[in-house]
Write a protein that binds this ligand. Structure first.
Ligand code: CTP
Ligand code: MG
Length: 239
C-alpha cells in the first residue's frame, strides 16, 4: 500500500473521498436533489463539508453529470472547499460513476472512501470509523441495526422470520483499499453482476468487508419526506 500523511505519529495511507453525485433524482421528482437546500445550504455542500472537515481525508473527487459541472464547480468555490481535486463525468449506473471516480483519484491514493453525495448528515465519527477499519482490514462499511422485524415474503405471504441480530442496514462511506475495489468493480461490471452497493462488488471478488458503527442520522435523501427528516435532525444538532 502507498503511504501519505501521518496520524498520531504513525504513517497512514493517502485517503481520497469519492462522491458519486451523477444520479437523476427520479424518486425526488427529477429536479437535482443534491442542489436542494437543507437549512439554506445545498445538500451537496453539506456532504462535501463533512469530508472537508475530516482530518482522515486528503482529497475529494466529485462524480457528476455534465450539465451539473458548472453549478458544482461554483459551489466548491463559493464555500471554499479546498480538498476537491476534480469533478469527473459519471456513468449510466451508480457503479459506473463510482469506477470513474476511483480511476480519477490522485496518484498514491491507498484508500478510497466512497460516499453517496445524497447522505449530507454523515458524521466525523462514522467517516473515521470506516476509514480506520479499511486501513486495518482492507474493506469496511458503516451499518445500523434494523428497527423493524424483517420477514421473507413469497407469493404475498410471510414464509420466514429473519432474526434481526443477523442483519443490518448498510450505509456509506464504504471504504476500501483502492486497487482491490477498482479491480473488483471492473470484474463485477464485466460479469454484469447485480450490485446493491460497492461492498457487493468487493465481496464478489472474494474480499471481506468489516462492519463499523453507522448512525441513523446518516440517511440517504431519496424521496421528498427525507428532506423533512433531515431538516429535523439538523435542527436537533443546532439545539
Ligand atoms: N449516482 C451517480 N451516478 C448514477 C446514479 C447515482 O453518481 N448513475 C449517485 C447519486 O447522485 C447519489 C448516489 O449515487 O448521490 C446514490 O444514488 P440515489 O440515491 O439512488 O440517487 P439517484 O440515482 O439520483 O436517485 P434515483 O434513483 O431516485 O433516480
Ligand atoms: Mg439511483
Amino acid at each position: 500500500m502507498l503511504f501519505g500523511k501521518k496520524k498520531k505519529g504513525a504513517v497512514r495511507p493517502r485517503i481520497c473521498a469519492v462522491l458519486p453525485a451523477a444520479g437523476s433524482s427520479d424518486r425526488m421528482g427529477g429536479e437535482n436533489k443534491l442542489l436542494m437546500e437543507l437549512d439554506s445550504v445545498p445538500i451537496l455542500v453539506h456532504t462535501l463539508s463533512a469530508f472537508e472537515r475530516c482530518d482522515m481525508i486528503d482529497d475529494i473527487i466529485i462524480v457528476a453529470r455534465e450539465e451539473d459541472f458548472v453549478p458544482y464547480h461554483s459551489l466548491c468555490r463559493e464555500y471554499g472547499l479546498e480538498k476537491v481535486r476534480l469533478i469527473v463525468r459519471g456513468g449510466e449506473t451508480r457503479e459506473h460513476s463510482v469506477l470513474e471516480g476511483i480511476r480519477s483519484c490522485p496518484e498514491g491514493t491507498g484508500i478510497v472512501a466512497i460516499h453517496d453525495a445524497a447522505r449530507p448528515l454523515v458524521s466525523d465519527a462514522v467517516i473515521c470509523g470506516a476509514v480506520e477499519a479499511a486501513i486495518a482490514f482492507g474493506g469496511a462499511a458503516p451499518v445500523v441495526p434494523m428497527k423493524d422485524s424483517v420477514k421473507r415474503i413469497e407469493d404475498g405471504k410471510i414464509t420466514a422470520d429473519i432474526p434481526r441480530s443477523t442483519i443490518a442496514a448498510v450505509q456509506t462511506p464504504q471504504c476500501f483499499e483502492r486497487s482491490r475495489i477498482e479491480s473488483a468493480l471492473v470484474k463485477a461490471l464485466r460479469r454484469c453482476l447485480p450490485l446493491t452497493d460497492d461492498c457487493a462488488a468487493f465481496e464478489a471478488a472474494g474480499y471481506s468487508v468489516y462492519a463499523t458503527q453507522g448512525d441513523y442520522r446518516n440517511l440517504k435523501i431519496t424521496t421528498p419526506e427525507d428532506l423533512v427528516t433531515a431538516e429535523a435532525f439538523l435542527k436537533g444538532w443546532e439545539g
